[in-house]
Design a protein around this ligand. Structure first.
Ligand code: ZN
Length: 158
């Protein structure tokens, strides 16, 4: 088990466009394992590789039911709207109200290199959009209609 440190604002890697994975090798699998360990160690609902200082297009998500690992994720369709509160492990002690799509279809590769497609709604759709934004250097505070500081306590972040 390896838990990474989560990089926080204003680290510039959070603003870079992450690079696609060209081939899945043992380093990619180790990175996925360590991202999972880091996600759970910080009690997050999602984590993107740039948040641990690796500018690659990989995300892990677990909103409480099962772990999703996705390489080169891409939103291929979006529908509807939802507005809700978000926080981010890379933007400590800030919460914001963000409007996002309510339904998204996301495609990418699993750790075996097979193409997988997720149809997500509500919270899962929100976390997919939040994480994929990280791969493009976008933070939730860029999209938030209002932000507030929040005292640190247990909560879901991504
Ligand atoms: Zn985040």
């Amino acid at each position: 088990m390896a838990v990474y440190q989560v990089v926080t604002m204003p680290h510039e890697i959070l603003r870079n466009k992450a690079l696609p994975i060209k081939s899945i090798n043992s380093g990619t699998l180790r990175l996925l394992d360590n991202m999972r360990d880091t996600l759970y160690a910080f009690d997050g609902v999602g984590l993107a590789a740039p948040q641990i200082g690796v500018s690659k297009r990989i995300i892990v998500i677990d909103i409480g039911d099962n772990l999703i690992e996705l390489i080169n994720p891409e939103i291929i369709s979006r529908e509807g709207e939802q507005t809700g509160s978000e926080g981010c492990l890379s933007v400590p002690e800030v919460v914001g109200l963000v409007t996002r799509n309510n339904l998204v279809t996301v495609k990418g590769l699993n750790r075996e290199g097979q193409e997988v497609v997720y149809e997500a709604e509500k919270l899962l759709a929100r976390v997919f959009q939040h994480e994929i934004d990280h791969l493009d250097g976008i933070l939730f505070i860029d999209r938030a209609s209002e932000t507030n500081t929040e005292s640190p306590h247990r909560r879901n972040k991504s």
